[in-house]
Design a protein around this ligand. Structure first.
Ligand code: DGL
Length: 270
């Protein structure tokens, strides 16, 4: 495997840039190739079969870019079928679910953890299984928060609309007495201030994006795949729909300018 090859990051759309931001924060000398399937986002309302088919098409594209490591930044894809999807891939693969689940199991003191995500993520029960695999006595309460994704895409990160949505979605979780809440969706880290206000300062928020970046960093080191640095690292962004909207909102997710961006058409897998 080539150490100077980039890391591939796949997401259903724009939200995976929160994961790229963390990766670049932890490993600035790594190259990154990102693919956001913006023409077909959201995945979170679709069936597991469709989500897996779309993900396979995106991953095949990224593998053809010569990546050394694949990050599935989309919680929905990680939740419904990471094992199925990654079984025949010849580069190491990390999803966002396991790192977030592990951090939650380690963080909770009272053994009560909440998880929020898309409808497909919550329906899969994957977070519940993953958290209990790390710590069997943890009670996990999971809730789908479907309006959070469009709110973030619209840039409504603060104010009365997200506050009201958060109160409605999270009120039940709060009354269960959880002390840890997993933000199980790429978009939710951008709503952290609102979510934190609703849940109160005693509830610890677990950001899967940050946990995943730490996991990628340690796996690259363990496999001897870290970039040696030297030349300017690659930053390449692919989308399946018009780049315009992606660039404007994406720069907020990434916290940096998006320059090298291109629209592509994915090869359909039947
Ligand atoms: N990327 C998705 C996730 O993290 C959110 C957007 C979607 O539904 O596709 O679950």
């Amino acid at each position: 495997m080539n150490q100077s090859a980039p890391i591939g990051v796949f997401d259903s759309g724009i939200g995976g840039l929160t994961v790229v931001r963390e990766i670049l924060g932890h490993m600035p000398s790594e190259g990154v190739v990102y693919l956001g399937d913006t023409a077909r986002v959201p995945y979170g309302i679709r069936s597991p079969e469709t989500i897996k088919r779309y993900a396979r098409e995106g991953i095949r594209f990224l593998l053809a870019e010569g990546i050394k490591f694949l990050v599935i930044a989309c919680n929905t894809v990680s939740a419904v079928g990471l094992d199925d999807i990654s079984s025949d891939i010849d580069v190491p693969v990390v999803g966002v679910l396991e790192p977030g689940a592990k951090a939650a199991a380690e963080s909770t003191e009272n053994g009560k953890v909440g998880v929020i995500g898309t409808a497909a993520t919550i329906k899969s029960r994957s977070y519940i299984r993953a958290i209990r695999a790390f710590r069997g006595d943890v009670e996990v309460e999971a809730r789908a928060c479907p309006l959070f994704v469009p709110l973030v895409e619209e840039g409504w990160l603060d104010g009365e609309v997200p506050e009201l949505a958060a109160s409605k979605y999270l009120g039940g979780l709060k009354s269960k007495g959880i002390d840890t809440l997993v933000l199980g969706c790429t978009h939710y880290p951008l709503l952290k201030p609102v979510i934190s206000r609703v849940m109160g300062p005693e509830v610890k928020l677990i950001d899967s994006a940050a946990e995943t970046a730490r996991e990628v960093s340690s796996q690259l080191a363990a496999r001897g795949l870290e970039s040696a640095g030297g030349k300017t690292p690659l930053r390449k962004f692919y989308v399946t729909d018009s780049p315009e909207g992606f660039t404007a909102v994406g720069e907020r997710f990434l916290g940096a300018a998006i320059e090298n961006i291109k629209k592509v058409q994915l090869e359909v897998i039947r």
